[in-house]
Design a protein around this ligand. Structure first.
Ligand SMILES: [Zn+2]
Length: 88
């Protein structure tokens, strides 16, 4: 399960961070994601104060971000973090 998560995260990161991927490469990456149904969807979590960003599954905590009933919270800044679901 962890390996799948990592593969999905890596692939999503490549798609999100590179404007240079060709259409074919983007489609291949999306295919990888479809072929590996992840446990929930990935979210890009971003703190508006310290600009820290993580790509997290819906049940993960990482970096300064802690998941609450209302979404992620940046513990460094004590503010709610913005999160956006990753879609392809
Ligand atoms: Zn912060």
């Amino acid at each position: 399960m962890l390996e799948i998560r990592q593969a999905v995260r890596t692939t999503a990161g490549q798609v999100l961070c590179s404007d240079e991927l060709s259409k074919d490469e983007t489609e291949a990456a999306a295919g990888t994601l479809c072929a590996n149904p992840a446990p929930g969807n990935l979210h890009v979590v971003r703190c508006g104060s310290c600009r820290d960003t993580r790509t997290l599954f819906r049940d993960e905590n990482d970096g300064p971000f802690r998941l609450t009933a209302l979404g992620w919270r940046c513990e460094t800044c004590s503010t709610a973090a913005a999160s956006q679901e990753v879609r392809f």
